[in-house]
Every structure is written in structure tokens, then in C-alpha cells.
Design a protein around this ligand. Sequence first.
Ligand SMILES: *Cc1c(COP(=O)(O)O)cnc(C)c1O
Length: 367
Amino acid sequence: MSSTLDFEITLTERPTPAADREAILADPGWGMHFTDHMITIRYQEGKGWYDARLEPYGPIPMDPASQVLHYSQELFEGLKAYRQADGSIVTFRPYANAARMNRSAQRMAMPQIPEQLFVDALELLVGTDKDWVPGKEGQSLYLRPFMFATTRALGVNRPADEFLFMVIASPSGLYYPRGIKPVSVWLSQDYVRAAPGGTGEAKTGGNYAASFAGQAEAVANGCDQVVWLDAHEHRWVEEVGSMNLIFVYGEGSSARLLTPALNGALLAGITRDSMLKLAPDLGIPVEEGKISIEEWQEGCESGAISEVFGCGTAAIISPVGRAKGTDREWTIGTGEPGPVSMRLREELIGIQYGTKPDPYGWVHKIV
Ligand SMILES: *Cc1c(COP(=O)(O)O)cnc(C)c1O
């Protein structure tokens, strides 16, 4: 491992007994169980990154005046480790996550982390806790790198100069344990997730805090997830929940994809980017553009739009079956998962689990 820092390694004295771990891995759910270890790396202005550790998973002592607790200066990433068909363990495009974390850091006035240090931290944690990478269909070890301001000061005129970077890992099961079911979505007119010039492009917890009221409104209106519209006109479609949106026009050999362009308010998903590269190689042209809710509804009613899906690391692809707003409601396609969505999903999952070739070099072997 060619690290920019040497990690001090302290293994837990109380590892989870194998039988308990196997019981968790049999049905891990999502984001509820954590492996035996975690990574911590500290940063101080002038000193840079230091004190890299692999430690037993556990609570972290924090000063109540830590800036993150008051001003939300934090960011995170999300990616998965997969157990492949031949037994090796891989992650998917980890350098893309490292680069995105640094773009988020730029927006959030936080320090850049060397991409290799980021990937080394993932490799060390996954390598140490490799028995926690589940092996059944659709299972994976979800990796959560994150960083936050630990500077002890309430004054906002002094920028934070101390940060903690961490990685924790959580075994995760099939996102759709009972088969893929299209979600219904609520077009939020009251709440906005992000505006150009704001933090929508950064993967920061504050965007999520700002989205919970909209998500609750979606549920109150009988929908699964919320569709975020643009901040100015509340008309142009941006994202769904915490996923990017892709529209399928046409069918069969004439199918093509349209996805909202990255306009400064959207989060640049790595799954979205992978779809944009994968689809043309499968003969499905892609376009980044704009689509309004009126165009979406008319496209579904005329049959021009055949499928719509959300995409992100957690679910890979989440078909959208119904859309609803205060004054409108419509069905997308047949209301069932469509063939283009399912084909793209199969291809990407095949690369991740090693059952299909990886011409893009996306898979990064750990052990
Ligand atoms: C993380 C995230 C996505 C999906 O990104 P992936 O890299 O594909 O997992 C999309 N939208 C938002 C708001 C996100 O936070």
C-alpha cells in the first residue's frame, strides 16, 4: 500500500463473534449494523493530515463547541465494496468518490484530502473487516467516508482549521428485498432542495436536513419519494429523493435517455455518470438537458416517455411508476419496471459483481 501516511493500527479486543456476524449478514437491512473497525485521520491548518488510525468502531469524544455541531460544516461520500463471483473483494470507482469529496470540500471551505489517502483508508478498513463483506445476491458492504469541522469555537468569522476525516462501514442487503417495485413520487412545490450558487452540488449533510420536510410532505401525500424542482420557477425537474433522474424516450432499438444537466444545484452522481457512459455502448444514446413537469406529464400521456428511473449507489436503479403534484397526477409507462431500466441495471450490477467484463476499469480490487 503506497500511502501518503502510515496508519496506526489498533485491532478490537472484542470482535463480533462469527456466529453473530453471520446472523447480521443473513439479513443486514440498510445502515443499521457496523463493522468492528473505523478509520480516523486528523487535519490541522498548517500541519496538514496527520494521526491516521484504524481503531475499534466506537463513539468519538467531541467538544460541545465543535463547529460542525453548530454550523454543519461537514461532507460525506457513499460507495460499496462487493464480493465478486471469484471471491475477490472490490470497490467501484473509488477515485471518483475521492475527487467528488474534494469538490464538496472546496464548496464547504474544508481541506482537500489526497485521493490516494482516501483510497488507502477504504482499502485498510475493508481489508481488515473483509469478513463483513456479505456474499449473497445484491448484498454489499456500504462504505461511508465523511469529514467535519472539529474546531472548538462559536465565532463564525474565524474559519475552522481542524477537521476529522473518518470511514465507517455497514453491511447492506438487497435494496428491494421483495423484488423491484416502482416508487411513486411527489412534486414538491413548497420546498426546494438546492439553488444555483448554493450547496446542492456538494455532498453535505445540510442538503439532507433541508430535504426531510419535503420528504415528509411526499409521504403525507401518499408518495414514496420527493421530486426536487428548480428553485426559480418550480418547474424544471432536478432530482428524486437522493438520486439522479433519468428519462427514457422511445422503446426498443429507438430508446434514448435524457437526464437533467448538472446546473450547479444537482449532485453529480457516480451512478448517473456510469449510466451516461454505459448506455451509448449498449446502443442507447444519452442527452443531458432540461425537462419540465409539463413535458414529463405530456411525454407520458403521449407515450413519448416510456420509463423514468432514479439512480444512485444505494438502489442502483429505482423505477418511478407514478408522479403526483397538487394539481396533477399521472402514470409512467406501464407503472411496472421497464426493459431499458432493467437492462442498464443488469449491466452495471454485472460489472460490480464481476459477472460481466469491465471495459471501463471501474472495478478496484481490494483483496
Ligand atoms: C449521493 C447522491 C446521489 C447519487 O450519487 P451516487 O454517486 O450515484 O451514489 C444523487 N443525489 C444526491 C442528492 C446525493 O446525495
